[in-house]
Design a binder for this molecule. Structure first.
Ligand code: ME8
Length: 500
């Protein structure tokens, strides 16, 4: 099997409007995808929209439009969000795609043939907004949904069931044998605790609903939306490219990037369902936290959103990508704010990085007429840069996005100190210091190029401009000192202009 890298985001509900939370998972997946492409990996990056189920049918009815009209509008908005954050997805799946619907039916038939589907009566609590059947431990006071704070429905339905209980031991064993499959660790422990409480069979289909994928053997029932949605990760590979099936090449997925709200579906239902179909479970999933405004989860209904589109209009997508992963450690919940954003934009992007770039280019222009000197790397810097590509790659292999960014930023600060220590403007005054000035300028250009390539997944636009100006447009990662000098630089406008 070919080694490849396949990364996904959740597919977002086609009745909502995109907000920063959705953009966050998308940017995270894009950072990994871009980094892996720089390493020459064979990458596939998938995102899309989840378009079936009651929540969508109900929202459309409320608005007096058809579910199809609703999801068409929403898919356009999500596609736009993905493009605005500069995500480089290879495909955008919609669960209403005929290619998805057909393949979902085929997989479920296999699950049935393998003996994991039976007819029964579901009796219990259901939240129409979560599209989730709640077990006793998941019910709020007064039989409410603890997430949406709305009354749960008591349901009694003839449904087809999926024998989730048959996978109790297999799942426990899988997580014991491969503890890195769900990260961070505390999320795997949550999933294991849920499994150890005892797994009950779950409804595989719903009656009294027509907005979904009909079961081929009982078309009066549609697939329970979560199984339909989860299968997107698998079905997309079958039809994303005309006339080509990418399944062999990319399945199992390398990483599913999701937030903690949908851990149960991904860490329990999904691998069990794949095993039931005779398919391999995903390799790994990263469960990130929530971006909060103050102490609260961002939500449109609470009116406390940092609007990603406003930020991008004013500061560009790079600044948004940078801020989210710098401010909040990826994997944890964390607060974000407009003031925090402006602070980091000014001190880190405009000053630490933007100024370093402008100064370096200006000094090479002024002192060496734009020609990058050929010189030996300064040992004072070589030691600090030693192993940086391996460290960042190692962290991104584990989806440790914030830690990887911190590693690079430590060297951005180091290069700034180097300018202050070496004082090229003093060296330039004395012909006797010409060789030393050559070395300092070479090191600044070389250091910046190494850092710009490592930062490319985070700041794709600014780093492309900078690498072009440094005369080194290639994105392949290389250690400090590999550059030979001798190229030419060009001056550029500030990468992160100060805004008044
Ligand atoms: O759950 N902070 O879709 P959804 C960080 N369709 N991430 C956030 C966030 C926040 N405040 N709010 C949302 C669904 N997210 C299903 C998924 S997958 C087979 C089906 C992100 O539109 C985060 O990735 O409610 C979360 O898991 C996802 O949006 C939920 O998106």
């Amino acid at each position: 099997m070919a080694v490849s890298f396949y990364v996904t985001t959740p597919i977002f509900y086609g009745n909502g409007e995109p907000h920063l939370g959705h953009a966050y998972s998308t940017m995270a997946a894009d950072i990994l995808a871009r980094h892996m492409r720089q390493r020459g990996e064979d990458v596939f990056f998938l995102t899309g929209t989840d378009e079936h189920g009651e929540p969508i049918a109900l929202a459309a009815e409320k608005q007096g439009i058809t579910p199809q009209e609703l999801v068409d509008r929403s898919a356009t908005q999500f596609r736009d969000m993905v493009a605005r954050v500069d995500a480089t997805n290879d495909f955008f799946i919609r669960t209403t795609d005929p290619g998805h619907v057909e393949r979902v039916q085929r997989v479920v038939e296999r699950v049935k043939e393998n003996g994991y589907v039976y007819k029964g009566t579901y009796e219990g609590w259901y939240c129409p907004r979560c599209a989730d059947f709640k077990s006793e431990s998941e019910i709020g006071p007064g039989d409410t949904c603890p997430i949406h704070e709305i009354p749960l429905h008591r349901e009694q339905q003839e449904n087809w069931f999926f024998k989730l209980s048959a996978f109790q031991e297999k799942l426990e064993r899988m997580y014991e044998e491969d503890p890195g499959m769900v990260v961070p660790d505390f999320r795997r422990n949550e999933a294991l605790a849920f499994i150890r409480q005892g797994l009950r069979d779950v409804s595989l289909s719903r009656s009294e609903l027509s907005w979904g994928v009909p079961l081929s053997w009982d078309p009066d029932q549609v697939m329970y939306v979560w199984f339909d949605a989860l299968l997107n990760y698998y079905t997309a590979l079958g039809y994303a490219r005309d006339g080509e099936d990418l399944t062999e090449r990319y399945w199992p997925a390398s990483w599913h990037i999701i937030a903690k709200d949908i851990l149960k579906f991904h860490a329990i239902y999904w691998p069990a369902f794949l095993m039931a179909a005779g398919l391999e479970p995903p390799r790994r999933m990263f469960i990130h936290g929530y971006l909060l405004m103050g102490e609260k989860k961002m939500s449109k209904s609470l009116g406390n959103v940092l609007d990603p589109f406003e930020v991008i209009d004013r500061y560009g997508a790079d600044a948004l990508r940078f801020y989210c992963f710098r401010e909040v450690s990826f994997g944890q919940d964390g607060s974000i704010s407009t003031a925090g954003f402006e602070g980091r934009y000014e001190t880190e992007l405009a000053n630490d990085f933007g100024n370093l770039a402008s100064r370096t280019l200006a000094m090479v222009s002024r002192y060496r007429d734009g020609a990058v000197p050929q010189a030996e790397p300064d040992p004072a810097l070589t030691a600090d840069f030693e192993g940086i590509v391996e460290r960042v790659s190692g962290l991104l292999d584990e989806a440790q996005i914030s830690q990887a960014l911190e590693e690079v930023w430590t060297l951005v600060r180091r290069l700034n100190r180097y300018v202050e220590e070496a004082q090229p403007w003093v060296l330039a005054k004395d012909e006797g210091d010409a060789a030393r000035l050559d070395q300092v300028l070479y090191c600044l250009v070389e250091g910046l190029a190494v850092l710009a390539r490592l930062l490319h997944p985070f700041l794709p636009n600014a780093t492309a401009t900078l690498l072009e100006a440094l005369g080194q447009p290639g994105l392949e990662l290389a250690p400090f000192g590999a550059g030979e000098g001798g190229g030419r630089v060009e001056k550029i406008d500030p990468l992160f202009p100060k805004l008044v």
